[in-house]
Design a protein around this ligand. Structure first.
Ligand code: FE
Ligand code: FE
Ligand code: FE
Length: 169
């Protein structure tokens, strides 16, 4: 694929490619979150990650429905961006000995993931709208709302407690 011909010719092709990218990303996130839950110390942070793991599993099912609505089977294409965000998070976490400082780092890493997802779903919604795919827009918007809510919850948790606890370390 892509060696002699370019695979993305139309906006629809680009939209499908982006769906496949985010499908890969969500699957990587379901593998990363259990490790983040294990590393987190704050009970509130652990609970937030657990909630978002459940949401992420539902988001994957939602994406499968979007593929179906589009007449396609779910397919993943490697997303180097999410792989990089997760790799960087693991490298940083590996350098931290204090549990409270680690919690602050875990929140920062999780928010990098949420922001990546927010930009991707925002674009997918814009393209699905342009392509007249209202049913798909509806599902993608549900996921975008969850990503934004998670991001805000993490900001509140950091500012209310975790950053202050980390400073005391
Ligand atoms: Fe997600
Ligand atoms: Fe990507
Ligand atoms: Fe998310």
């Amino acid at each position: 694929m892509g060696l002699f011909t370019k695979d993305i010719a139309t906006l629809d092709d680009l939209y499908v490619h982006q769906l496949q990218d985010v499908y890969y990303a969500e699957n990587q996130i379901t593998k990363a979150l259990p490790k983040m839950i294990a590393k987190a110390t704050s009970p509130d942070l652990k609970a937030s990650f657990e909630t978002h793991l459940t949401e992420t599993e539902a988001q994957i099912e939602r994406l499968k429905r979007v593929f179906e609505m589009h007449g396609l089977s779910p397919k993943a294409v490697t997303c180097p961006a999410i792989d990089g965000i997760i790799k960087e998070a693991n490298e940083t976490a590996g350098e931290i000995s204090d549990k409270q400082v680690l919690d602050a780092a875990l929140i920062a890493a999780a928010q990098a993931v949420e922001h990546y997802e927010i930009t991707r779903y925002g674009t997918l919604i814009a393209w699905a709208t342009q392509l007249g795919r209202e049913n798909e827009v509806e599902l993608l918007a549900q996921t975008l709302a969850e990503e934004k809510a998670t991001d805000e919850k993490l900001t509140a948790l950091a500012e209310r407690k975790v950053n202050a606890d980390a400073e005391m370390a």
